[in-house]
Design a protein around this ligand. Structure first.
Ligand SMILES: Cc1cc2nc3c(=O)[nH]c(=O)nc-3n(C[C@H](O)[C@H](O)[C@H](O)COP(=O)(O)O)c2cc1C
Length: 336
């Protein structure tokens, strides 16, 4: 079902990508996904004016995961062609091998600041941004976009063609309009219209949460690959699971013990990555992952629900406390 694809000269053997998700796919999470086996991933979006703010959190978004020969790809968002070009150069100097431009983010801040998916309404400005970035670097440039602004403005195919003519090497499409934000359902058939309009590889994205949906998305979109966002939350192995399924390779899901180990590793990585001095910050960031891990454990029937225990987790503030709580749950889970 899936064949290798190229981003310029870079070969991606199995095109099942991890989607960038700001606040989720940080370095510790991407390392976690990489440790289970990943093919390609892009850092969380980086605002192009980060060069001037030098904020620690913003700069961290550009930390690449150096595992399994993963390519170092960064995503930029912004609406100023010069700033975008300067930012692209900065990241190339810092080791980026691919620059992705965000034309898909519907977040208010980005849209009001006139970036992300808002730019699909102004293809002329978008063209200038793409041309400026491509001229500024000598590494491949890709884009991530939506179907259009709303159902009356499905300009995805024209937009993608414009980007391809500028020299973009791959296009990922979230099968929703900007106005849908994350509501409704991703329309994989509509992605096919975009695929048919261009020759560079197209990656279909949106609402792929199991193997059958992955297959259905590929069939309906005729895309060259798929990209997984929320489906990987609490399941860092999901990319590898889908990659195996779509290439007819056997795959065994992690056991309960392996999942507990993964949760522990993720927790430790978060604390060491953000720094022991910001332990409380790391634990707060970790809480959402924790909930996703446990929701998955419960949904797959590996453990039973214990809402009282789950609620108590939100009061924990140190790595030690969380580890102790995890231990108590392991003991508890073994008894059921
Ligand atoms: C919390 C969150 C943060 C996101 N951040 C980004 C981002 O930084 N860049 C981007 O292109 N898309 C971002 N997205 C969109 C996802 O990459 C993806 O297109 C979307 O979630 C649909 O895919 P899914 O149904 O597999 O999650 C974000 C989505 C979520 C839920």
């Amino acid at each position: 079902m899936l064949s290798p694809l190229y981003i310029a000269n870079y070969k991606i053997d199995i095109p099942v990508f991890l989607a960038p998700m700001v606040g989720i796919t940080d370095h510790p999470f991407r390392s976690q996904v990489a440790s289970f086996g990943a093919n390609y991933m892009v850092c969380e979006m980086q605002e192009c004016n980060h060069l001037f703010s030098q904020a620690d959190n913003a700069l961290r978004r550009g930390d690449f995961v150096q595992e399994n020969s993963l390519l170092s790809a960064i995503q930029l968002v912004g609406n100023d062609p010069d700033l975008m070009a300067q930012s692209a150069q900065y990241h190339q100097r810092n080791g980026a091998q691919i620059i992705d431009i965000n034309f898909g983010c519907p977040a208010k801040k980005v849209v009001n600041g006139y970036g992300g998916s808002a730019l699909m309404q102004t293809p002329e400005l978008s063209k200038k941004i793409i041309q400026a970035v491509i001229a500024a670097v000598d590494i491949p440039v890709t884009i991530k976009m939506r179907l259009g602004w709303n159902w009356d403005n499905l300009n995805g195919a024209e937009f993608a063609l414009m980007a391809e003519q500028c020299g973009v090497k791959l296009i990922s499409v979230h099968g929703r309009t900007r106005c849908q934000k994350f509501k409704g359902k991703a329309d994989w058939e509509k992605i096919r219209t975009i695929k048919q309009a261009i020759s560079v590889p197209v990656i279909a994205n949106g609402d792929i949460n199991n193997e059958q949906q992955a297959l259905q998305c590929l069939t309906q979109s005729q895309a060259d690959g798929i990209m997984i966002g929320r489906g990987s939350c609490g399941r860092p192995w999901f990319i590898q699971q889908l990659s195996s399924f779509l290439t007819n390779q056997p795959y065994t899901l992690p056991t309960l013990e392996q999942r507990y180990q993964a949760i522990r590793k993720h927790l430790r990585d978060m604390v060491s990555y953000y720094g022991q001095a910001r332990e409380n910050f790391s634990i707060r960031l970790f809480r959402k992952h924790w909930v996703w891990y446990f929701n998955d454990l419960i949904e797959t029937g590996l453990i039973s629900n214990n809402s009282q225990w789950r609620r108590s987790l939100h009061k924990l503030n140190t790595q030690y406390d969380v580890e102790k709580q995890l231990e108590s749950y392991e003991t508890f889970a073994q008894k059921i």
